[in-house]
Write a protein that binds this ligand. Sequence first.
Ligand code: NAP
Length: 473
Amino acid sequence: MKKSLLINGEWIGTDQYTTLYSPFSGEAIAEIPTATEKETNQAIEAAYQTRNQMAKMPAHQRAKILESLSQLLEQKAEEAAQILALEAAKPITTAKSEVFRTIETYKFAAEEAKRIHGETLPLDAAQGGEGRIAYTTREPIGVIGAITPFNFPMNLVAHKIGPAIAAGNTIVLKPASQTPLSAFFIAELLQEAGLPNGALNVVTGSGIVVGDQIVSDERVNMITFTGSPNVGIDIRNKAGLKRVTLELGSNAGVIIDKGVDIDKIISRCVTGAFSNQGQVCISLQRVYAHEEIYNEFVEKFIEATNKLTVGNPLDPETDLSALISSNDIHRTVEWIREAREGGADIATGGEVTGNILYPTVILNAEPSLKVSCQEVFAPIVLINKVRSIEEAFELVNDSRYGLQAGIYTENVHTALDAAEKLHVGGVMINDIPTFRVDHMPYGGVKESGFGREGLKYAIEEMTELKLVVWNRN
Ligand code: NAP
């Protein structure tokens, strides 16, 4: 199956193609066009030439396109989930839930398109401000360069395209090289939904070539990037005065207080650690359990982990499948070895079959080990004992990252302390850090990035605030 780039409403071929392989079976699944400087330039120019048309499009029409997209995706949800399972080795049940969320994300975008507005300001609060009327409006920012990762290839593309269209912008999308099929699929549906030619352009190819060009081009007004911290920092350094939103990684933690009903939370914690093979930016990587409930938590967590079904992503029984690449297998095996040699106990897992790493639970890991202080992005979770909740706060905060954190506690004062003291973008009380629904403000502090997604918040990032002052004097 040979795919094409989408530029100015046309599906075009390139001189070079790269074979896309299934991460699970290794079979070839498609031929993906490798865009060069020429095609990337054409895509940016198409977005640039279409920006005024999109900026003038009335809100009800932008909303209608997004609403139609959402409906079309609902009709083709099964096909969409199969694509995700194939290109990303995402277990089909998880893939279906991603498609369901994507449908909802575009629906939220359609709704938000109708409520983009400014405010009036009482200028006479300042001396010399009398006799004036002032209000703000929000204008589309123009051309948005969107660069997306492999782990939620459909819903994270939706978090770029949805708010960008809702706000009247045009887009050049560079999806992750391992997961371009879901992006092409959405682009086809958007054409069917009536998006004007040139408003969305999809270019595939290497991040270093295509991504870099989008980041450096002066016609692009904003970069919205979701991916790893290293690439994010590089983009920030190159983007100059462009607006930049960075949604980066983390090593998210949860705190379990004494007095918590462990049976009630185990299955949720196991899901948080191993869903999509741990390849989730808010995957539960570090558990800090109070010494009074530590042994019970560890025992029940391992028991539940060992019940997970590992296998083919297309099998509805599968909980866990392959990592995205063999490089990630080599990296994680090496990190597990380092942990073992560094004095940690590998309580379960650590074995590998093909590109599958079995769900791995590590106890007593020092904070300096890679499995603790770096983002594992794999089915590996640490469970450590703490003597007090204060100690747990310090350990969660002792991180380069700060996306989300969770705490389970029955004590309202402890919960309020957690909300105040945890240095992250979002604190989940009585839940895992892995909780996300798509309209909530979502983003991190420190090396987890800056700027917020969640439709209303992404639209704020993707618009310029303009002030209008009328002088009646
Ligand atoms: P990645 O390697 O950083 O790649 C992300 C995107 O950037 C891909 O499209 C990649 O293209 C492109 N890219 C690579 N080098 C580039 C460069 N020099 N300039 C511009 N673009 C470049 O990340 P990933 O492995 O796909 O995704 C995993 C990471 O994403 C994790 O760190 C995870 O935590 C993070 N993430 C964060 C969030 C969030 O909302 N905070 C959500 C999901 C994932 P190629 O594929 O062609 O290399």
